[in-house]
Design a protein. Sequence first.
Length: 359
Amino acid sequence: MTEPQPAAATGTEPETFSPMRWEGPGLRLLDQTRLPLEEVWMDCEIPEQVADAIRRLAVRGAPAIGVAAAYGLVLGIRTVRDPERLAGRFDEVSELLGSTRPTAVNLRWALERGRQVFLASAADGPEATTAALLAWARELHADDVRINRRMGAHGAALFAAGSRVLTHCNAGALATAGYGTALGVIQSAWEQGRVGQVWVDETRPLLQGARLTAWELKRLGIPFRLVTDNSAGALLSQGLVDGIVVGADRIAANGDTANKIGTYTVAVLAHRHKVPFYVAAPLSTIDRATPNGAAIPIEERKSLEVTEVFGTRVAPEDTQALNFAFDVTPAELITAIITEVGVLRAPYERSIAAAFGDS
Ligand code: MRU
């Protein structure tokens, strides 16, 4: 592991694109279901709108979901006038937001931290509690960006000059509060001349790679080529990939990692072809209460997302699809986990414990 560093602000970071803002009537989210064809910002004034946005992937990606949920708590509490109703409403809203997506542990992580802030301020009444929660949510937002930049710096050093790097799904600014995890590493490496080209897996069924990663890379001016998910084997066997970096929705205590469906396939192929396979994720994605991958809950989404493409049926009527949103890559296939405190290597039980400061 490289030297642990605190995720403190330097105050000198340049502005970075964020898919959410606290402005206007509440939380403004870039509706990611409309990208890349339209850039539509939607206003959420009540927590039910945030929950709905998370469920239908208007805001998605584990860290982004966590920060959006933090603002969702503020929206839920700010309308409470009666101090007696404060705790009940907090529980209700926290449960609503927590029920939206089961795999991304950043959601639960953020709600638990929000509860601590709530408990510390509730005795001061609704107005003070709302102010405390909002200050905390803003800080969480800013902190996520700082963490991602630090992760980018640690991860960039892993790539040799001009590397051809493959990524799956979208783990960019859109999937976080800004800068991104896996895509942050790619951006940072590219700025240092370490990335020559990015292979973007299209990522069926909802095409986060084609719609979102390609959109981000184009904006950043980083050269990329889009490939179908089933191209990974051909690319790797022809020696066209030098390294792989993906994000994570939850990392178990032993390093097993849940990420977008199809990640495991890429990891197996990387192992077969001796290409490094990296996971980039903040410590908030590591769930030490989950011992291994088998204990990670895997979200199953609607059959319709597979049988239809943008509202057009592509399978015979009444076809039932199995739509796991995520799969688990066993720790043994992961070359390293890039975090904000350094690059973790196997055995992960030990390096993860050290990253959390266990002696
Ligand atoms: O279903 P999604 O689009 O929320 O899935 C996103 C991913 O799998 C990302 O790789 C993961 O959340 C990490 S985002 C920094």
